[in-house]
Each structure stands twice: as C-alpha cells, then as structure tokens.
Design a protein around this ligand. Structure first.
Ligand code: PLP
Length: 376
C-alpha cells in the first residue's frame, strides 16, 4: 500500500538514475528520455557543470532568505534580461508561482482584475494559475475559481476582439501550448494581440514556463514572434531539474512591486541561483541555440520522412508534437516505454517530444526507429 495520495497516474518504469538523455530503471533497463522530466532537464541528466555548481554552492551557502541580498539573483537576472526589452526579474520556486506573481503584478499595476486567457492553455495548479488555465479537467471539483478570467478560443482573432473592453487588465497565453496539444500561436493572432495590447493599454503576459530557456530554439519563444510582452514567466528549463521559477517584467512595472508587496521564503535561494546561472551560461550561447535549431530541423525532417503522412508534426525547437488525429496516444506512449523510449502526451491525441536540448542526432535516430515501430 502506498502512503501517497493518488493524484498522479503513475507510469510503469521506476527510474533511479540518468546521464545525458539516457535514464535507467531499477532492473537496469535503459531508456531514452524524450520527456526531460517535462521540459525541465534541458542540459540532460547529471550534467557535470550542474553537479559541480550544486556541490560548490552547497558548501558555501545554500539558503539565507530574501531578507538579505542574494548576489546570484542579480547575476541570473542580468543574464535573463540582457538584450531584451525587460528590466527586472523576480524569482520563485515553480511555474504556477511565477504565474501567480504575474497575475498579482498585473492586477496591482492596472487596478483591474479581468484577465483573458485561452482554451487548452495550462498555467499551473494554484488558484490563480488554475483559474487562468483553459481546461475543465484542471478545474473539476475545485471551484469556485478566482475571478475574473475569460477563457477564449485560441488563435481566434474575432473572439479576442469581441471580448476586449475597458475592464481587461491583461491577456495571458503560451506561445506554444505545451500541455494542451503543442499548438503554436499563429502570426495573425500575434499581430492582433500586439495591436490590441498597444491600443488599449492591456498588459501582455506570456507564459514561457515550458517554451522558455532555449526550448524552442531561441532564448524565449516570443522572440520568434512580433510580440513584446510586458511580463514573461519562466520555470521548467531554468533550473535544469532544480526547482525554480521566475518572472521578467518591463521597466514601467517596477513601482508596482515595492518592498513587502510580494515574496517567497525559498525563491531565488543561492543554491537555485548557482544552478540557473550554470544553465544560462550553456543555453544562452548562440552556438548552443543554433544547435537546438539544427537538431529540431533534423528531427522534424526525420519525423516527416519516416512517419505516415496522416500524422502531423507540430511545434518548434525541441518542443515538438506528433498529432495522431483522433487516436488516443496513451497506448502508444506505453508501447514506446516498453521499447525504451520515454514520451509524454499533450492532450489526448498528441505525442509530445521533449528531449534534453543536448540530445544527439544518433539519439534522435534511435527514437525515430522506436516511433516507427509503435505508431500504426
Ligand atoms: C508546467 C507549466 C506550468 C506550471 O508549472 P509548475 O512548476 O508545475 O507549477 C505553467 N505553465 C506552463 C506553460 C507549463 O508548462
């Protein structure tokens, strides 16, 4: 009998160690990890530079609290905002917390509480983030939700235009809906968002918890659009496996978050910052990002060449999806696991491919071989 709540539907493999893209279970069976712990372990498992950062920082100081200056926060913030339109960063422990900070900041800054978000979005499980999430299965049984979120169809310019009035504080969305099916924001929708936010003085919050930190081939996914969000939220890939969240904001938002307005005990502690700094030193390197784009192009091409044309290939960078029409993907994912390839779904009908950003072409080839055998 397990002593744990049953809130997770557990997979069969019991993974106990990993290195790079390869993980191993209790029986010594090896798997290619094309989940990266859900877009988290971006430098692969047990990356030596991260191991070293944790070892060294843990011997120096791992926690002191935000009562004191934490020099690592300044360093990581500088790296995150360098050559962007952002001026400030805030650190927390998870994606949901980053979105809570964003929602609070948007409410306080505008003095309004109406936020628009989208169907099939995922923003986290806390009350604010859950209320922003456009998926009934995330809400069920937990109401009443936090007001006021209006959830609109994604990529629907008409619905967006019709929903805008003076009560709207912010619009919140993912550039690629990760959990919801690997759905990219369309160029037309991005243009409408930019125009509406500019004209109406509405804040744009881009949730890059999954798409950020190199996952889509650029530092942030919004950089591949015309959008310049006021707020971006980060988490998953930023810690390379260490729990961390972050929020970036533009200069005009500075005064809204004055001393005592918002905070966290653990957020941005020295150990987390030493890991994030190491991740950024690797990922925010143009050659590294270039390589992610090349791996992506290779992977997409191999998928298109090797899979029947009934499957669609979606997403960007190394946040890719195989659309399986109306077929449920859970049995395919279980079959892949049997054959040594770990995958995760995105909604019921899409297989999500999230290898570490350090994956090799050979590993992609191996994954393709397995995918060919398990997909009908
Ligand atoms: C995973 C995810 C979250 C929630 O992050 P947690 O760290 O699980 O709270 C929020 N937004 C997006 C886009 C995500 O993919």
């Amino acid at each position: 009998m397990s002593a744990l709540f049953g809130n997770y539907g557990k997979r069969r493999a019991q993974i106990i160690k990993g290195r790079g893209t390869v993980v191993e279970d209790t029986a010594g069976k090896k798997y290619l990890d094309f989940t990266s712990g859900i877009a988290v372990v971006s430098l692969g498992h047990a990356h030596p530079a991260i191991v070293k950062a944790i070892q060294e920082q843990s011997e120096r100081l791992w926690h002191i609290s935000n009562l004191f200056d934490i020099p690592g926060q300044e360093k990581v913030a500088q790296k995150l905002i360098a050559d962007t339109h952002f001026s400030y960063a805030f650190f927390c422990n998870s994606g949901a917390e980053a979105n809570e900070a964003a929602i609070k900041l948007a409410r306080k800054h505008t003095g309004k509480h109406h936020i628009i978000s989208f169907e099939k979005s995922f923003h986290g499980r806390t009350f604010g983030a859950m209320s922003a999430t456009g998926q009934g299965k995330v809400h069920n049984g937990f109401g009443p939700l936090v007001g006021k979120f209006t959830i609109l169809p994604f990529n629907d310019v008409n619905a967006l235009e019709a929903a805008i009035d003076d009560s709207v504080a912010a619009i919140m969305l993912e550039m690629i809906q990760g959990e919801g099916g690997v759905n990219s924001v369309s160029a037309e929708f991005a243009a409408a968002l930019a125009k509406i936010c500019e004209e109406k003085g509405i804040l744009l919050i881009v949730d890059e918890v999954q798409t950020g930190i190199g996952r889509t081939g650029t530092r942030y996914a919004f950089e591949q659009t015309i959008l310049k969000p006021h707020i971006v939220t980060l988490a998953k890939g930023l810690g390379g496996g260490f729990p961390i969240g972050g929020m970036l904001g533009t200069a005009e938002l500075y005064d809204t978050f004055g001393p005592g307005t918002h905070g966290t005990t653990f957020g941005g502690n020295p150990l987390a910052m030493s890991v994030a700094e190491t991740v950024l030193d690797h990922v925010f390197d143009s050659a590294f990002l270039q390589n992610v784009q090349e791996l992506s192009a290779y992977f997409v091409n191999q998928l298109k060449v090797n899979l029947p044309s009934t499957y669609t290939v979606q997403g960007k960078g190394l946040l890719l999806g195989i659309g399986c029409g109306t077929a449920e993907v859970a049995p395919y994912i279980a079959a892949a696991e049997e054959k040594g390839l770990l995958l995760v779904g995105a909604g019921p009908n899409v297989i999500r491919l999230l290898p570490p950003l350090t994956v090799t072409k050979e590993e992609i080839d191996e994954a393709i071989t397995i995918l060919k055998t398990i997909l009908p």
